[in-house]
Design a protein around this ligand. Structure first.
Ligand code: SF4
Ligand code: SF4
Length: 228
């Protein structure tokens, strides 16, 4: 899932400076699951902003809503009219959701309440761990299902580096060396010979290091019954 975390309250307040009517809009998918921008978090932030406005003796009208996904036009369309009653929308979605919302609600300003962080798995309760950087060319089949892009501090494709010590990364003793994990997993799978394969120099063009990426699936066009 995409994981995000709420910006510090003072930063949110500064973004709303000068606006009297604010719609706080949550997103019911990834950021709800990671407890950063769902219905509950919308309600908590609204209470905090209301209390703050009262203490500062300023006027602020706060609306609350949460839609299924802010990264999907069909879920935004039904709230366009409601949003028109406000001066600004405070989006609690990931950066993709904020941008689609801003595009669809123009000229209404849309500001982000979250910092979007990474693609993660849920670990223990309240803990999310980065597992994928969306590199566009997955090599998990060669690495025992452990991602060297996201989990090695240097994103090495032929590791480990000289800093790996007793299974830990040289960056921090709290971080396992990804290449130790890969070695151990390949060993468990009986595929240690994979370690001898030298990965060629990586073509990073499918990754996020170039222009914005897009996917067009011809077979998916028109399946919803919508006309182009
Ligand atoms: S190799 Fe690329 S696509 Fe696969 S998990 Fe790692 S970052 Fe994600
Ligand atoms: S110690 Fe391991 S995880 Fe850390 S940078 Fe070196 S190879 Fe990568």
């Amino acid at each position: 899932m995409i994981v995000g975390e709420r910006k510090p309250f003072n930063e949110i307040r500064a973004m709303l400076e000068g606006y009297k009517k604010v719609l706080i809009l949550g997103c019911g998918t990834c950021v709800s699951v990671c407890m950063a921008g769902g219905q509950k978090e919308v309600s908590l932030l609204a209470s905090q902003l209301r209390m703050d406005a009262r203490l500062r003796k300023t006027e602020m009208v706060l609306g609350e809503n949460t839609i299924q996904r802010q990264c999907d036009r069909e879920y935004i369309e039904p709230i366009v009219e409601q949003a028109g009653n406000y001066d600004v929308v405070l989006s609690m979605a990931c950066g993709a959701g904020v941008q689609l919302l801003a595009e669809m609600l123009t000229p209404l300003p849309v500001v982000p309440a979250l910092n979007t962080t990474f693609l993660a798995v849920a670990d223990r309760e309240g803990t999310w761990l980065e597992r994928c950087r969306g590199c566009g060319n997955c090599i998990l089949a060669d690495t025992g299902g452990i991602c060297p892009v996201a989990r090695c501090a240097k994103s090495l494709f032929n590791g480990p580096c000289g800093g790996s010590k007793e299974g830990k990364c040289e960056v921090s003793l709290d971080i396992p060396c990804a290449w130790q994990l890969i070695y151990d997993r390949l060993s468990d799978l009986g595929q240690l010979s994979q370690m001898e394969i030298i990965q060629p120099i990586r073509d990073w063009r499918p990754s996020d290091s170039g222009a914005p990426r897009s996917i067009v699936r011809e077979d998916a066009i028109g399946v919803s019954g919508e006309k182009a």
